[in-house]
Design a protein around this ligand. Sequence first.
Ligand SMILES: [Zn+2]
Length: 445
Amino acid sequence: MKRGIAFAALLILCAFAVSFSAPVSLAQDTDQMPVAPSATSNTTIVRCGKLIADADEPAIDGGEVLIVDGKVTAVGRNLNAPAGANREDFTKYTCIPGLVDAHIHLWTGPRGKYPSLPLATIRATKAMAYAVDSGIVAARVLGGEGFIDVALKDAIEEGTIPGPHLVPAAHAISIPGGHGDFYDFPPQLTPENFYTPENGFINSPADAEAAVHWQLKYGARVIKILASGGVLSPLDSPLSEQVSEEELKVIVEQARNAHVKVAAHLENLPTIWACLHAGIDSVEHGAGLDQGAANYMKARGTYLTPTLYIANNIVENGAKMHMPDYAIRKANLIWQGELQGFKIALATGLNIVAGSDQTYEPGKGTVRDEIMTDVRFGATPQQALHFGTKASAELLGLDNVGTIAIGKEGDVVAVEGNPLEDIHALERVRGVIVKGQLLPPANRY
Ligand SMILES: [Zn+2]
């Protein structure tokens, strides 16, 4: 029985190794299970009906991409592919760069349940497979428990599991009872050792400093502050201000010292101003953003991650999705403010990125839904595609994704239709190539 499980596990590992790491080293390793002889070439040529290599440039009719050892080596028309190269025929489709989600969390099971960290991690692993199968090649994880996001990043980078490049925040920094506190246990049941800076909870500037240090020590590559209240937390109001000016200052200072950026969850104007004055890099959600704050952001290059899809979806479908009453009430409270902030940001020409605020529960919403919602509320398809590829990659500090260009990762997503004419083409993903390897279509949802 045990042997059967080990054998199955080895098969699965081999399947991943073939898809996600260099097949060349596999062939030399005599300890490996024999694998089916496949196209062993390290070179892939992708032929596209149309190629949008860069969201800011016109599409290339009949465009092609040459990928060698996982990296793009040529982009254009009538490319010379060496004999024996793998050929991917996407001539019926439009090819676009892999999508980049600037704001995600991790699916760890049904809302309101508290799985063990191992179970939570196994579920999140499935979420990462869903993300990459959906054409998402990079994502920023803005808050979660137990350093699971850091573990996933390491496992993805070493080729152990499939998934997008991750920029993890580890625990978001919150006050007890604030937007990072999802536990409405009575005081007699609250464990004393839970509300600690290591777990992201702060009550003072000293705690704030410690909280940043702990996140960085265990692998955070961005710091997330929950500066205002939010929608999904049971205990607080989105209109509340939760982190003091001194705490904000300390958090930004410590992040700067470590050369990582700071993202701030903001659902009202006073906290937007407090965080802008502290020097944060991105405003998340941004309900209440007005022209004055937008001008200040424009002058400093501060990014906005609007997250329209999640707020709008709760307002329109919250009851159908069995969301708790408090979440529906609070989503209604901030929705108009988020929409208004997005429209001001568009008109002001701010750096906008696409963040879904989704957990990548298999089969559920992705950054594709955020991009489509941006178009529904006033962005052009070209702008929205820019938000969800180039702009997000830039904010995440990932210069190897965001466009299809020489030297970047060999990631290509094929969609049916032209997303620059109809953004809903993003709902019709027909192929995903990551680092030159076509993902098996059975994994797509
Ligand atoms: Zn979030």
